[in-house]
Ligand binder design. Structure first.
Ligand code: 5GP
Ligand code: ZN
Length: 113
């Protein structure tokens, strides 16, 4: 299977890592949309949020358990940050491997564009 984030997860493609453990990886986005823009992915291939099931949801919970310490390591807990998942074409999901954007360092509008 040809998947960019699987290749980043297994080290075939280098990334600027922020956090890694056995099941998840956080790394800087190559085209940041904010002063701090990190992607958090499960190492296992899950195509999108639409593919989250009772069998694989523990890794999603694990990502969210780690978000506070990842945000702390990035120094963005005081000011606040945004966590975003784009699911499918209408949302603009360009990489078909589940990922959460953690963004900070500027004011974010709402509703999101
Ligand atoms: P999506 O649009 O699917 O929600 O987000 C995909 C993100 O992956 C984009 O923000 C894009 O900049 C980022 N991205 C795409 N290719 C690479 C890459 O090779 N390395 C890194 N670090 N980020 C990438
Ligand atoms: Zn993948």
């Amino acid at each position: 299977m040809d998947c960019l984030f699987c290749a980043i997860a297994n080290g075939e493609i280098p990334s600027k890592k922020v956090y890694e453990d056995d099941t998840i990886l956080a790394f800087h986005d190559i085209d940041p949309q904010a002063p701090v823009h990190v992607l958090i992915i499960p190492k296992q291939h899950i195509r999108s949020a639409f593919e989250i099931t009772p069998e694989n949801s523990a890794v999603v919970a694990h990502i969210f358990e780690k978000i506070p310490s990842i945000a702390k390591s990035l120094g963005v807990t005081e000011e606040g940050f945004r966590v975003v998942n784009n699911c499918g074409d209408a949302a603009g999901q360009s990489v078909k491997h589940l990922h959460f954007h953690l963004m900070a360092g500027r004011q974010f509008g709402w509703p999101a564009g």
